[in-house]
Design a protein around this ligand. Structure first.
Ligand SMILES: Cc1ncc(COP(=O)(O)O)c(C=O)c1O
Length: 376
C-alpha cells in the first residue's frame, strides 16, 4: 500500500467496500517499465482499469493504448489520446465497432481469423493489422487459454491474405497469459514469432512489428520476478532471434501498471465456524466475487490481506463474500490464515487490487452497489 493510500484511508475512512488508487504510483510503474524495456512502445491495456484519472495521467506521460472495445477507444479519446496512439487489440469485434473506431481515426487492429480480416478490409480499409498467434501460457496465474490467437501456419496464410485485401500486414502478437510468473514464457513465444517473421519474409511479407502483449506480474501473496528480469529476458530473446534487425516492439501491460497502485478497503461482516470445535473460521467480507474480485475464481489470483490485528496470533480461515451465491467464496483451499482477534466491523484491506476489480463488479447483485472508487 502506498503511503498516500494509507493516509487517505486513515484520514477519510471511506465507506466500504471501495477501491482507493494512487495515480502517482501508476506513473511510477510506467517509468519502471520504460526503464526495463526502453525499446518497447507501451500500450496500456485499458481493460485493467479504465478510470479517467488513470487514462489522463498516462496520456500525459506519452503512453499508447490497447483498447478492447469501441467504448474503450472513446474513453481514451475523451482523455486526450490521439487516435493513432490507440490499438484496437481485441480479435473479436463487431463490424460496426470497427467502422466506428476507423471513423474516429484508429488505424491499428488485431485479428486471428479470416472472417475478422474481411471485416477489417471492409470497415477499416488500408489499416495496419497484426495477427495474434497461440503461445504457451505455462506459468500464468490467470491464463488466457485458447480463446484468442491462431496457429502459426494459419497466421502465415492470414498475413499474406491481409495484403491481398489491401490491409497493411504490419505485425504479429501473442499473450503469454496474465500474471505470468516465468520469464521463459516470453522467450519461447519470441522464438516462435521470430520463425514466423522469417517465413513471412520468404513469402514476400515484410512484417515490421512484434507485440509481446501483457502478462507482466505483480506481487500479491507470493514473490514474483522483478520487471527488470522480464526486461532482460525479453531483450535477450529479441536480440538472439532477430539479431540487428529488431522490429518495432509493442507491449500491452495492464496489471503491472495499475494493480499495486490500488487497495480495496472492506469490512468484516461476520466471523463464524461450521461446528463448535471446527479449527477453520469463516470470514465474510462486504466484498466478494460479485463485488469485483472475479479473479479469485479457482483461487487463481491470491490477494494479500491487511487487518488491524496483524502480528497477533492467527489461524486458518475460509474467506467469502457477502452474497447468497456459494461460488462467492474467495479462498477455501489456499491455506489463508487471519488473526484470531478478527471480528465483525473490522476494516480489512486487500492489497494490489487496482487491476481487474472495479469493472468486474456486478450491478446490484443482492442489492449491493457496484464498488466505489477513489482516485487520489
Ligand atoms: C490483448 C491483451 N493485451 C494485454 C492484456 C493485459 O494483460 P496484463 O494485465 O496481464 O498485462 C490483456 C489481458 O487480458 C489482453 O487480452
Amino acid at each position: 500500500m502506498t503511503p498516500k493510500v494509507a493516509r487517505y484511508l486513515a484520514d477519510h475512512q471511506p465507506a466500504t467496500p471501495c477501491l482507493v488508487l494512487d495515480v502517482d504510483r501508476v506513473a511510477h510503474n510506467f517509468a519502471r517499465l520504460r526503464q526495463a524495456m526502453p525499446l518497447a512502445r507501451i500500450y496500456y491495456a485499458v481493460k485493467a482499469n479504465p478510470a479517467a484519472p488513470i487514462l489522463d495521467r498516462l496520456v500525459g506521460l506519452g503512453s499508447y493504448f490497447d483498447a478492447a472495445s469501441f467504448q474503450e477507444v472513446e474513453m481514451c479519446l475523451a482523455s486526450g489520446a490521439a487516435p493513432d496512439s490507440i490499438s484496437y487489440g481485441n480479435t473479436i469485434k463487431r463490424e460496426r465497432d470497427i467502422a466506428a473506431a476507423y471513423a474516429a481515426g484508429v488505424r491499428m487492429f488485431a485479428f486471428d481469423s479470416e472472417m475478422e480480416l474481411e471485416k477489417l478490409a471492409r470497415s477499416a480499409p488500408g489499416s495496419r493489422v497484426y495477427c495474434r498467434i497461440l503461445v504457451g501460457n505455462d506459468g500464468a496465474e490467470w491464463p488466457l487459454s485458447r480463446k484468442f490467437g491462431c496457429e502459426v501456419e494459419m497466421a502465415r496464410a492470414l498475413m499474406i491474405r491481409a495484403g491481398q485485401l489491401g490491409l497493411d500486414a504490419f505485425g504479429l502478437s501473442f499473450h503469454v497469459g496474465s500474471q505470468q510468473t516465468k520469464t521463459a514464457a516470453y522467450e519461447a513465444a519470441i522464438a516462435k514469432v521470430a520463425m514466423l517473421f522469417t517465413d513471412l519474409a520468404d513469402a514476400g511479407v515484410k512484417v515490421r512489428m512484434v507485440n509481446l502483449g501483457g502478462g507482466y506480474p505483480v506481487r500479491y501473496k507470493a514473490e514474483v520476478p522483478e520487471i527488470d528480469d522480464f526486461g532482460s529476458a525479453i531483450m535477450g530473446a529479441m536480440a538472439e532471434h532477430f539479431g540487428n534487425a529488431i522490429p518495432e516492439i509493442v507491449i500491452e501491460p495492464g496489471r503491472f501498471l495499475v494493480a499495486d497502485a490500488g487497495v480495496v478497503s472492506s469490512e468484516v461482516v461476520l466471523v463464524s465456524r461450521k461446528a463448535e470445535n471446527d479449527p477453520v473460521r469463516w470470514v465474510y467480507l462486504d466484498i466478494g466475487r460479485f463485488g469485483g474480485l472475479a479473479e479469485t475464481e479457482g483461487e487463481s489470483i491470491k490477494y494479500a490481506f491487511r487487518t488491524p490485528h496483524d502480528g497477533g496470533s492467527d489461524g486458518p480461515v475460509t474467506i467469502a463474500g457477502p452474497t447468497c451465491d456459494s461460488t462467492d467464496t474467495l479462498y477455501e483451499k489456499s491455506n489463508y490464515r487471519l488473526p484470531m482477534a478478527l471480528t465483525a466491523g473490522d476494516r480489512v484491506e486487500l492489497l494490489a487490487t487496482g487491476a481487474y476489480v472495479t469493472t468486474y463488479a456486478s450491478q446490484k447483485f443482492n442489492g449491493f452497489e457496484p464498488l466505489a472508487e477513489h482516485y487520489i
